[in-house]
Design a protein around this ligand. Structure first.
Ligand SMILES: [Zn+2]
Length: 408
């Protein structure tokens, strides 16, 4: 069997596991399907004769392949086991379309379709082998394609006896709900730097993400019978609408792109007595990020002054993750190596800021540089998710090349 066939077979076998993570679950990992996949992968790692294979009670699978050349660095490769809670990952029926002719693709019985009219990137995929869903679930290329690519790369490195650095592998649960890193076994993962294999289109190389915080603004009102409400009733909901007007109208996700930051009102709850506005605060630049947090505090102060309320509004900003670039830039070889490997594979690297977070941001918190590399997939977290087999092969080749160039 060629490595391309093996790669496809591996990936399809992983999509059969329902590993959807669940927000608000009390256990870690949040769902048992992730553990089932981890146990299956553990067997594959054993067949590949990796060392130090460990599955923690929180569903984190790690393993080690020692270098076959002296004085080699240690590089980590990471993918996540779970799929998005936003779209079902149960009973995934992947379909393989060989030699895509262009035009619309009917999914399953045809209730859903994907079209180059909505997804112009399909034009670039003509002639390729595409893996799509039957239109009822997501595919799970995010991030099972990454897992299949890492394992296929390891298998090829061993089979062809290629020179390689020390390689550490980690497959983590609950990335999609931001909880996978809480129980990460740091001591079992000593690396010089690492990569998440969790990006999209071929060539993507990401090493900058938002600095992120949440802020909850609480506003208090006073309820009273509406018949005698004049000058007495204070409506927390109306006040909440007034507060929202204090924020810059153009600095929202729907009006920004690239490296521009924003305030995003993601939830507004409450009644007459009490209202809560839940914001996401995002910025790539750490100084601007701090200014944004200060801005929302000042907005609350201004609001309290202007409204003259007896019970003052409160705000609590809480940091969630940091831009990984501050750490990545101290390990520039992590970017150089990925660039060189892609070019050696005839792939033009596309450096892109991530308008979100990744597990790499959590690794950066611990001082480990961890850029993100493409898997070859598109439309993640959706019934329209798809991936090209050629893109997956590119990812495997880039991983192999990186491990090889790291010892040169
Ligand atoms: Zn992912």
């Amino acid at each position: 069997m060629s490595f391309t066939e093996q790669l496809l077979e591996r990936f399809l076998s992983y999509t059969a596991f329902d590993t959807q993570s669940k927000i608000g679950a009390k256990s870690s990992p949040s769902t048992q399907g992730q553990v089932k996949l981890a146990k299956h992968l553990m067997q594959e790692l054993q067949q590949l004769e990796l060392e130090e294979i460990t599955l923690t009670k929180h569903g984190i699978l790690t393993a080690f392949l020692p270098a076959n050349i002296a004085h080699a660095p240690t590089i980590g490769l990471i993918s996540h086991l779970d799929t998005s809670p936003q779209c079902s990952g149960k009973n995934v029926q992947a379909e393989v379309i060989k030699n895509y002719r262009g035009g619309d693709i009917a999914l399953g019985i045809g209730d859903e379709f994907i079209s180059p009219v909505y997804y112009p990137f399909l034009h670039q995929l003509t002639g390729k082998t595409l893996i799509v869903t039957d239109g009822t679930t997501l595919l799970g290329a995010d991030n099972k394609a990454g897992i299949a690519e890492i394992l296929t790369a390891l298998s090829e490195i061993k089979k062809r006896n290629l020179p390689h650095c020390n390689i550490r592998i980690a497959f983590t649960p609950d990335e999609e709900i931001g909880l996978g890193m809480h129980y990460f076994p740091w001591d079992a993962f000593p690396c010089d730097w690492a990569y998440t294999i969790d990006g999209g289109e071929v060539g993507e190389l990401e090493y900058e993400n938002f600095n992120a915080a949440t802020a909850k603004v609480t506003i208090h009102g006073r309820n009273i019978h509406l018949g005698s409400a004049k000058d007495k009733l204070i409506n927390a909901l109306t006040l909440a609408c007034d507060f929202q007007q204090l924020l810059p109208v153009d600095e929202v996700p729907e009006k920004t792109e690239g490296k521009a930051g924003f305030f995003h009102l993601q939830r507004l709850t409450g009644d007459i007595e009490k209202a809560e506005l839940h914001y996401l605060i995002r910025d790539f630049d750490i100084d601007k990020f701090e200014l944004r947090k200060a801005f929302i505090r000042q907005a609350v102060d201004k609001f309290n002054r202007e409204k003259g309320l007896r019970q003052k509004a409160e705000v609590t900003p809480t940091d969630t993750y940091k831009n990984m670039y501050d750490v990545v830039k101290t390990v520039p070889q992590s970017i150089d190596l990925a660039d060189k490997a892609m070019k050696a594979c005839n792939i033009e690297p596309v450096h892109k800021p991530i308008r979100g977070g990744t597990d790499g941001a959590w690794f950066a918190e611990k001082g480990l540089a961890c850029p993100n590399i493409f898997t070859g997939g598109y439309n993640f977290h959706s019934k329209h998710e798809l991936i090209s087999l050629e893109g997956m092969v590119d990812a495997v080749n880039v991983i192999i090349k990186m491990m090889e160039l790291a010892v040169k």
